[in-house]
Every structure is written in C-alpha cells, then in structure tokens.
Design a protein around this ligand. Structure first.
Ligand SMILES: [Zn+2]
Length: 411
C-alpha cells in the first residue's frame, strides 16, 4: 500500500493547510513540529561536527541584491513580486546565497580561515502556481537546510566530496535512500548565465568530486541552477515519482558578482569559490519523504511520542505518573493514556505508531521494582522489565539514532 504524506499528515496530526492562510503555506501541528524540530537540531549537530558555523539572515532583501546575484534576470518567474516600501522595493528571497555572500563580504578574510563553512536553516519563497501545490512537497514558503563553503579553488573538490559524504550519513540516520545522483547541466535557452569557461570548470570539478566519492551518476541537461552545474541527489516517493532532496554545487559566478575575495599567502587578493550544498534540502520535503518512507512509524529518535505509558486501571495511576516523570526527566517524549481513554486494547491500537508502550497492570505495580510490561509497535512483547530500565534503553536507542527497536534487531 502506498503511503501518501498528505493523508498520513492529516491522520497523525502533523500538519495542515487552511485556504485562508493560502495554498502552499502549510502550518505544523505539535506532533509535526516535534519531528521538524528534531530534524533541524539533528542537521545542525551534524553540521557543527563537520566544521560549519550557523548564521541567521532575513527572508527579505532589496531588489538590487537579486539584480546583482542574477536572480532578477534569470529566476524572476519563480519569485514573488516585489513590495514597494517608500522609494525601495523589497523581495521575499528566492534563495539564501546572496545573503551569505554579503555576510562573507562584511569582513576581510585570510586564506587561513578557508574553507569557511556558513550554514543556515532559513526561510525562502517560491511563487509556485496554486494548481501544483499539495501537502509539504510543493510549497511557497520553504525552510531550507542550506550552507555555503567559501574556499580556495584547490579546496573545492574536497569540500564537495565532504558534502556528498555528509548527505550519505544523514540518509543512513534517517533511514532514507537516494535513487540516483544526477549531474545537472545547463540546457538550451537563456535561463543560464553565459560564461562557457566557468561552466566547464565547475562541471569538471563536480565530476572529479563524484568520481572520487565513488557514486554512480548520470549527467542530465537542463536541470542546472542558472549560475552553475549541480549534483542533485534524487529520492522517489512510494509511487516512484522522483524529486531532488539534496544538492551540491560549485559556483564561480556568485563570487564574481559580489566581488568576494580573501587575502592569500602572497598578501594579494584572490577570488574564493562558493560550494553551495544542502544535506536534506527543504525541511518540508524531507519530512514529507520521511512520513511516506516510514508510513508514519518514525525512527525512535524522530518519533513525536517515543513512549506511551498505559496503566491498566485507575489503581495503577500512581506508578504510571512516576514513570512519566522519570521518562521526561531523561529527555524522552513520553505520554500517559489512562483508562479514561478506553479499554487497554483500544489504547494500544490508537498508539500503533508509538515505538514503545509500557503497560502497568496490577501484577507489575505490586511487584518490587516498578515493573512494566513492554509492547513494541510491531506487536512484539519483549517481556517485563523495571520502568527505569526501559527508559534507559529507549534513551540509548534515541541517542544512537538507529532504526532498531530492541536488542538483537538489525540496526
Ligand atoms: Zn546557495
């Protein structure tokens, strides 16, 4: 059966839309917000570990900024119309690159600071036509996992390779799979900036990075960014429809347009290269894919609720609340569903996607050691353990970010 993220998103209370907010402008409900927040924190952590520093920049910019970047000439069909503000025009940004170029330019840089890796999970906007909008996969407001590495020409291939490696690691942690890597080259038409020599150099470097990474790829014309070629990491939905999630680009164009430089060992000014890369693409598309890939049964570390505590009867409310407090103290996302929510069977069924359920009946409550009977969401019942031990096990599973639920499961 195919999982449609729009149906599951509704059923599981992850996100929604309202015609008054507008098409392509979804809101996130608490359980969806937990998944999104956890994913965003994960990506920031992985990036910090890979030497990135995070910045914030505004979602609006003056029209001139996009004239310099080239978006105005080559990308305006996808941009919202500018807003008049006195004598100025401001635009909802169609990408984060120009802001990051300005942040780089705001200070002098020595070659010793390179590669300088600047990351941001930031908002950007695309004026998609309302006919193609739906769920989280085509939206007008996008939260992009973006970064720009400012580096020397000699460092560009290694940085692109490192980005491909980071993408591979994130996919393993998230339990998702790339269906193919695409080297996206320019096609016919005036959509692309004209500088054949720069295109050829950037393409050669990307091929070198791909070859060194050992990933198979195919070159496709007409899918490049307007300013340069890119590697697109393709995913597929359950119906086999492909979409781009992650990207890596080597760019000579923006550093020229923004007149970026660094001071080399010779004391002279040199032009850096910009490596644009996104590990999980837009948060909206990433969550949509995770919902579909896992059918709503998220890996433990991403699950909106990780542990559901089920006292069989009113008499076990005390030990159940004690376990809830202990689990939350350990940082778990735990909830309690007492007998007022229906029969035990009904409560277990309602929580079918929660990875762990701890049932506390008369027997468990009366035994020494605060025992719970464990149920896993796949129907297994691994036995009766002390509640504190279960909490420790779940915390360890969440920290390891594996896909396994219990000891002995394949990771
Ligand atoms: Zn960029």
């Amino acid at each position: 059966m195919h999982h449609d993220h729009r149906r599951l998103g509704r059923e599981l209370g992850l996100f929604g839309t309202d015609p008054l907010m507008g098409a392509g402008l979804p809101y996130w409900l608490p359980d969806g917000a937990v998944v999104r927040h956890t994913l965003e924190e994960y990506i920031r952590e992985v990036e910090r570990g890979a030497g990135y520093r995070h910045v914030y920049s505004p979602v609006l910019g003056k029209r001139e900024l996009y004239e310099i970047s080239g978006h105005w000439d080559h990308y305006s069909d996808d941009m919202f119309p500018p807003m008049e503000l006195g004598a100025e025009q401001v635009v909802l940004r169609p990408s984060l690159c120009p802001h990051h170029a300005l942040i780089y330019r705001s200070r002098a840089h020595s070659y010793r600071e390179l590669p300088l890796r600047m990351a941001e999970l930031g908002g950007m906007y695309r004026s998609e036509l309302s006919g193609v909008l739906g769920g989280l996969t085509r939206v007008r407001a996008i939260q992009l996992n973006d970064a720009h590495v400012f580096c020397t020409l000699d460092q560009a291939v290694d940085e692109a390779r490192a980005a491909l490696k980071l993408i591979g690691r994130a996919y393993a942690d998230l339990g998702i799979r790339a269906v193919r890597h695409r080297l996206s080259l320019p096609g016919e038409g005036g959509k692309y900036v004209a500088d054949p020599e720069l295109w050829a150099r950037a393409t050669a470097l990307l091929r070198e990075a791909l070859d060194a990474s050992g990933v198979l790829y195919e070159a496709v014309e007409g899918e490049a960014a307007f300013y340069g070629p890119k590697v697109d990491v393709q995913i597929a939905d359950p119906a086999g429809r492909e979409a781009t999630l992650s990207t890596v680009q080597i760019d000579f164009h923006q550093p020229e347009r923004f007149d970026l430089h660094y001071i080399g060992p010779d004391g002279a000014k040199h032009r850096p290269v910009m490596v644009h890369r996104s590990v999980i693409g837009s948060v909206e598309r990433a969550v949509a894919h995770l919902v579909e890939r896992h059918g709503g049964a998220f890996p433990v570390w991403l699950a909106p609720v990780q542990l559901l505590i089920l006292p069989v009867a009113e008499a076990q409310t005390g030990p159940a609340e004690k376990l809830l407090r202990g689990a939350r103290r350990m940082g778990l996302r735990a909830e309690l569903a007492g007998p007022e929510h229906g029969s035990l069977g009904a409560r277990v069924r309602a929580a079918r996607l929660v990875p762990y359920q701890a049932v506390i009946g008369e027997r468990e409550a009366e035994a020494a050691g605060d025992l719970v009977a464990v149920r896993l969401r796949d129907g297994r019942r691994p036995g009766v353990v002390p509640g504190a031990e279960l909490v420790d096990r779940i915390a360890a599973r969440a920290a390891a970010r594996g896909l396994a639920l219990w000891d002995g499961d394949a990771a």
